[in-house]
Design a binder for this molecule. Sequence first.
Ligand code: PMP
Length: 330
Amino acid sequence: MVAIPIRESALLSSVGRVPLVEIHAVREQAPGCRVFATLEGVNPGGSIKDRPVVRMLMKALQTGRLDAGRRLLDSSSGNAGISYALYGAALGVPVTLVVPGNASRERLDRIRASGAELILTDPLEGYDFAVAEARRLARAHPERYWYCDQYSNPENWRAHYDTTGPELLRGVMASTGRPPDAFVAGIGTGGTLTGVARRLKEAHPATVVIAAIPDEFPGIEGLKPLGHPGDMVPAILDESLIDRRLPVRMEDAIPMCRRLAKAGLFVGPSAGALVHIACRVALEDRSRCIATVLPDTGERYVSTGLWAGTDEQQENGKDREPLMHGGVPW
Ligand code: PMP
C-alpha cells in the first residue's frame, strides 16, 4: 500500500469558516422570535457538503483506507459531487462520481473542470439507481475504488457534530445569551440533522429538533421526501433525534428564497424551505429562538429559472415553466 501524501492547505482550513446570520424576515411576523442560520454557501465548494466531504476524505487518507492507486468513488449529482471533485483535486486524490444523466450542465461542467471522472446513469432510473450503481462498481472493483458512501460514512455526521453544531450553539449563545429552543434541518444523507441535533441535545436536552420533509414530487433539491414505502433511509440518520416532521413544498421555498435574496442572502431552495419552516415554528410559539442552516448558494440554481424575471413576473410565478429540474437528493 502506498500512502497518498496529505497536502495541508489554506483551502482545507477555510472550510466551515462561515458567518452565522440572523434572519430578520421573521421579526415582522413574529415579534420576539429570532432565527439564526449558518451561511454555508461561502464555503469554497459553495455548500455545506464541504464539511463532511473534507472530513471523510482526510479520515480515509489518515487511516490509509484510501491509498495511492485507488480512486474515491461515490454517487452524487450536486453539492457533494462538487465538493468531492474540488478537494480531490486539492489533495491529489482521483475521483469518480456516479451521477444521473439529467444533472444540470453547470454542475456537471464544474465537476469535470476539477478533473473528476463522471459515470452518467439513465435519468429515468432515478437517483437511487446511481447509488446502486456506485455500490455495484465498488463491490466489483475493490482494487480500483475506495467507496466513500456518504449515506453510511459516520465521518459525515461527525463533521457536523464537531463543527456546525458547536458553531450554532456558540453563535446563538453569544447573540441571545441562551441556547436555541429548536433546530430545523432537512434530510439528504441525514448528516447535518444527526450531527447537529446530537450535539445540541447533548448540551441542552430540551432542544426541539424539526425535520423539514418535502411532501410531493419532485421535491426540493438536496432534501429527501422520506416516509414513502420503498424510500431508502440513510444509515447515518438517527431518527430518534427527530421530535417533529413538518411537510414543506417548493411553493413555500421559492418565495422565501426570493425574500432572502432581497435581504442579501443569495441561497438555494433548501435554505428557503428551512427558513420557511423556522418562521412557521416561530409563529406558532412566539418565545422561540430557532437555529438552522442555509445549505448552499443561489448561484447553483440560475439555470433552473429560480431568479429569472421581474418582481412582477415572480409574483405571478405560478404560470411560469417549472422552476426546478429536480428533486434529486444527493
Ligand atoms: N440542502 C442541500 C442543497 C444539499 O445539497 C444537502 C445535501 N444533500 C442538504 C440540504 C442535506 O444535507 P445532509 O446530506 O447533511 O442531510
